[in-house]
Design a protein around this ligand. Structure first.
Ligand code: ADP
Length: 278
């Protein structure tokens, strides 16, 4: 029997916990989303994040800038938000319009307000095994694994994909949880041979249907981070139907990792607010 992990249910639980913590807070946490330009996909993502902020009872401190905003103008907005005590967390929505350089802008965000966990300082803390705010998608994956009671200490975890957003922080976070970690990527010689040794397999390659029955060991837990629009609806990096009877647990697409990302952003915002108070 293969269990389908219900990401929507776990995400709802996390969001309810966040709302309860907000309700009990002496000061209402605030998230500042920063959207530069009018990329339609980014606008949709930011709108969803702002809605979640309000649903959690937090302050929506959104800032919009035009597509022609200069590097200096975006820097000024980020510096204002960094200095503003009402702002618990700052999220610079990526990608930025052409002509803007994301890395130095991200690094204007103080570590204590880096709710996306993507600045060099936050990534450095994670790499050194220090406490800090972690990127939302890999945090969501860990939350799902914990909700399912999947043992990580001593387990072999294989992560497919080495992006700064998902694969690399995921590998570090699994390492911090005492898993033995293998990080596979597009140059891995025999991907199936590597993934077949995984107890926990996290696939974040951005390649639709990359992983199927031949990649998975009996009893493994498979987490699919991929998301692709297809004529038949959304699909992931994993051919999930093939894993029936092979994997112990799989995440569906949609309804697996996807709903966790915003839930973990809310959790990070509350955590950032708590730090500022302590
Ligand atoms: P994401 O946002 O999901 O992390 P990216 O496109 O930023 O996606 O990164 C994709 C990652 O997946 C890269 O690290 C790349 O090496 C890896 N990758 C892409 N294709 C394959 C493949 N066929 N096999 C293994 N890894 C792959």
């Amino acid at each position: 029997m293969t269990t389908t992990i219900d990401g929507r249910a776990v995400a709802a639980r996390v969001r309810a916990q966040v709302a309860a913590e907000v309700a009990a807070s002496p000061r209402i946490p605030g998230l500042a989303t920063v959207l530069v330009g009018d990329d339609p996909a980014s606008a949709v993502y930011v709108a969803a994040k702002r809605r979640a902020v309000r649903e959690a009872g937090m302050r929506d401190l959104h800032r919009s800038l035009p597509a022609h905003a200069t590097q200096a103008e975006v820097t000024t907005v980020l510096d204002d938000l960094a200095a503003d005590p009402a702002v618990s967390g700052i999220l610079l929505q990526l990608p930025l319009p052409p002509g803007l350089d994301a890395a130095p802008l991200l690094d204007r965000i103080p570590v204590g307000k880096d709710v996306d966990g993507l600045t060099a300082a936050s990534a450095g803390r994670l790499a050194r095994g220090e406490d800090g705010l972690r990127p939302c998608t890999p945090s969501g994956v860990l939350e799902l694994l914990d909700a399912e009671g999947v043992k990580l200490r001593g387990a072999h975890a294989v992560v497919v994909g080495r992006s700064a957003l998902v694969g690399r922080p995921m590998a570090d976070m699994l390492l911090q949880r005492d898993a033995t970690v293998t990080l596979a990527h597009r140059h891995t010689a025999d991907l199936a041979a590597v993934t077949r040794t995984a107890d926990v397999l996290v696939v974040a390659a951005g390649v639709r249907g990359l992983v199927g029955a031949g990649h998975v060991r009996h009893g493994a837990t498979v987490i699919d981070v991929g998301i692709h629009r297809t004529p038949g609806g959304l699909a992931g990096d994993v051919r999930t139907a093939e894993l029936d009877g092979i994997a112990a647990r799989v995440t569906p697409v949609p309804g697996g990792v996807g709903p966790m990302t915003i839930a973990m952003l809310m959790a990070n915002t509350v955590r950032a607010a708590r730090w500022r108070r302590s």
